[in-house]
Design a protein around this ligand. Structure first.
Ligand code: PMP
Ligand code: GLU
Length: 398
């Protein structure tokens, strides 16, 4: 019998982090691994943000902060939401956390009772369904595929709703597909939610600034449902601050206060130094983000062309984020040199790691087994080499 709780035994390991760990282990043995597994910008945190952290240390911002974050950081977030997204919030509606991941998890723990249903379009970011497992809720998936550019329709949404539905959660731009919902598409989904006043909407907007098609649109802009939308965002992607652990949510006052209470009994306020740096990141604007975006756009074109040259691989052109989610099911049933059969996308990702020395993540952990995820947040020459290795490794399967 396991000494561990049922709760933890029911939880799967994060596939993104697992593949990254396996890649690091091989690299530590001297193997030249190219990591396209973890989704994090390969850029350094901007200088002015790093300097703000140094100043914060010198000014002794080294003590506990208020649990929901320093008031001036929350004020900077309120200002950002107004100026960039035209959304009105009060600082009592903002809760700063140790990253978007913690905010997402906290919102789910705050809203979900055992047995409550959470609607999640597939493919979704690996941790969504596992956070629901932790809260003892039930994930209800709406499947999409490459043919629909990985978007759900209002009809599909309506069909997934039951009297037990408590929450709908999604990301736009999406991890892992890069799909971006247009304003009109969000408006059509909002119309469905208007008919169901007991459903909350968790809108993960962490890739907001990596959008190649248009300005960012939030589903919180629709006044009739705004009170039920919880926006989650953070500094990891836009400011290359993944290690700093800084994110936040914006929600109605009751939900914000509940998240404050939860953090007060678990993590407390996040790192004081990271918070001071976050203020400067928001105050100094988006110049560095724009530069990163240019690089991502160039790399997107590069990887798109190279993927299209690989027989048996089918891909769309993602509108945002920094991932490709190509269809690879034509390789299922094929064998490697030792006669092992590739049964699913995780097998293929492991094969690409062990034989091609490229770390990717199987689509099964994102809810769509016929795909794998590649992050293109890597240098251009590494991407070219990685795609060459993938092509050669796939050609060896028979
Ligand atoms: N949501 C999505 C869709 C992500 O890809 C990530 C990246 N880890 C997160 C949330 C969490 O971001 P953070 O580093 O702010 O916890
Ligand atoms: N968001 C990144 C990814 O999807 C970071 C890793 C993680 O936290 O899952 O790879």
């Amino acid at each position: 019998m396991s000494i561990l709780s049922q709760r933890i035994n029911n939880l799967s390991e994060s596939a993104t982090l697992k593949m990254t760990k396996l890649g690091r282990e091989l690299a530590s043995k001297g193997i030249n691994i190219i990591s396209l597994s973890v989704g994090e910008p390969d850029f350094n945190t901007p200088e002015h943000v790093k300097n703000a952290a140094k100043t914060a240390l010198d000014e002794n911002f080294t003590r506990y902060s208020p649990v929901p974050g320093y008031p001036d950081l929350r004020q900077a977030i309120v200002k950002k939401l107004k100026e960039e997204n035209n959304l009105d919030y009060d600082i009592s509606q903002i809760v700063v956390s140790t990253g978007a991941k913690q905010s997402l998890s906290n919102v789910i723990l705050t809203l979900i009772n055992p047995g409550d249903e959470v609607i999640i379009p597939t493919p979704y970011w690996v941790s969504y369904s596992e956070m629901v497992v932790l809260a003892e809720g039930k994930s209800v998936f709406i499947n999409t595929d490459i043919a629909s550019n990985f978007k759900i329709t209002p009809t599909q949404l309506e069909a997934a709703i039951t009297p037990k539905t408590k929450l709908f959660m999604f990301s736009s731009p999406c991890n892992p597909t890069g799909t971006v919902y247009t304003r009109a598409e969000l408006a059509a989904l909002a119309k469905v939610f208007e008919k169901h006043p007991n459903i909350f909407i968790l809108s993960d907007e962490i890739y907001e600034h990596i959008n190649f098609v248009d300005k960012h649109e939030s589903i919180a802009q629709f006044e009739n449902i705004k009170d039920r939308v919880i926006i989650v965002n953070g500094f990891s992607k836009a400011f290359a601050m993944t290690g700093w652990r800084l994110g936040y949510l914006a929600a109605n006052k009751e939900i914000a206060a509940a998240n404050d209470k939860l953090q007060g009994q678990t993590t407390s306020g996040t790192c004081s130094i990271a918070q001071r740096a976050g203020i400067v990141a928001y105050e100094q604007g988006l110049e560095t983000v724009e530069k990163m975006k240019e690089a991502f756009l160039r790399r997107r074109g590069l990887v798109y062309n190279l993927l299209n040259e690989i027989p048996g691989v089918k891909t769309n052109l993602p509108d945002g984020a920094f991932y490709f989610f190509p269809e690879i099911s034509s390789f299922f049933g094929k064998k490697d040199a030792e006669g092992n059969v590739i049964k699913d996308s995780s097998d293929l990702a492991l094969y690409l790691l062990n034989v091609g020395h490229v770390a990717t993540v199987g689509g099964d952990s994102f809810g769509n087994n016929n795909y794998i995820r590649l992050s293109y947040a890597a240098a251009d020459d590494k991407l070219v080499e990685a795609l060459k290795r993938i092509k050669e490794a796939l050609a060896k399967l028979s």
